[in-house]
Design a protein around this ligand. Structure first.
Ligand code: GDP
Length: 292
């Protein structure tokens, strides 16, 4: 199970190995190490405390099942609680409608357009025929960026840089691709006011009637991620999350706090700028990164 818990926790666990019994003091020490690692990774402080309290309570109260040493049992508890937090491995994309409509939301710069290209490629490899609708009327280059991204992929793309009505674009795009397996709808990531952006997302959502709203969160932004996620979740109904830019040194703790707040599973992570730098979410790897 815990191939790699990150070097911080591995050290903690080594310490534990030499302990004859696991008493309150030991548990507190383990919990403190975990707290330190999570805070360093930018996980929301309240969340860290909530989590550590649960781990502490369970470790002190629960009897390890037969055949499991107290030490192994603490590891199990830590792992279970962390998985609870990040979510277990989600179904990737369960295409159970035709067309299956995925609406992408996220702030400008989060990596939304790049991720649409990546997901399109990913779905094509699985044998689907996705089409893309561009409704971003605020960034004139958005359509062009999608066109270039998908040029070599033989993906139908609907958009009209001259049309400034996002709702109209959405309606026409959905109509045009009603025979495709999957329709991916790109949306704006900025507006003159944030509230206007959210209102537009709400209206688009009622027109597109998406089967899944995918929120793209920049893994490097730290604590702001939480508020962004809450706002988008209020305007649409976020069904899944992609965390981008996890190829650098960012640990994704801010994004994790966002995830725990809105309760939607992380489905994919972005690990670079290229189209294939895209992975299905792996909770164990994510956890070991957070703790490492
Ligand atoms: P949008 O405004 O949300 O559509 O963002 P873009 O897709 O245009 O991406 C913004 C910048 O982030 C671009 O320079 C992308 O190449 C970069 N980017 C997107 N995803 C990743 C990722 O997973 N890793 C890295 N390193 N860069 C990324």
């Amino acid at each position: 199970m815990l191939g790699n818990l990150g070097k911080n926790l591995t050290k903690t666990m080594k310490k534990l190995a030499g302990m004859p019994i696991i008493d309150e003091e030991v548990v507190k020490e383990v919990v403190k190490d975990i707290q330190r690692a999570l805070i360093q990774s930018d996980v929301n402080i309240k969340l860290v405390f909530k989590l550590s309290k649960t781990i502490e309570e369970r470790a002190l109260k629960e009897e390890p099942p037969k055949g499991i040493t107290p030490r192994e049992y603490i590891i199990t508890i830590v792992y279970e609680e962390l998985v609870n937090l990040v979510g277990s491995k989600a179904e990737e994309v369960e295409v159970n409608a035709k067309p299956y409509k995925i609406m992408f939301v996220g702030l400008q710069g989060s990596g939304k357009t790049t991720t649409i290209g990546k997901l399109t490629r990913y779905l094509q490899k699985k044998g689907f025929r996705p089409a893309i609708v561009s409704t971003d009327t605020w960034r004139p280059a958005a359509y062009e960026q999608l066109r270039q991204l998908t040029e070599s992929m033989d993906v139908p793309l609907y958009g009209d840089p001259e049309n400034k009505d996002a709702l109209d674009l959405a309606k026409k795009g959905i109509e045009q691709f009603k025979k495709n397996d999957i329709v991916i709808v790109d949306t704006a990531g900025r507006h003159k006011e944030e509230q206007d952006l959210l209102t537009e997302m709400e209206q688009l959502s009622s027109i597109v009637n998406p089967n899944e709203v995918m929120l793209v969160i920049d893994g490097t932004i730290g604590q702001q991620a939480r508020e962004q996620a809450l706002a988008f979740n209020q305007a649409t109904d976020v069904g899944s999350i992609v965390i981008t830019k996890l190829d650098g040194s960012a640990k994704g703790g801010g994004a994790l706090s966002a995830v725990s707040e809105i309760g939607a599973p992380i489905k994919f992570i972005g690990t670079g700028e290229r189209i294939d730098d895209f992975e299905a979410f792996d909770p164990e790897r994510f956890i070991s990164r957070l703790l490492g």
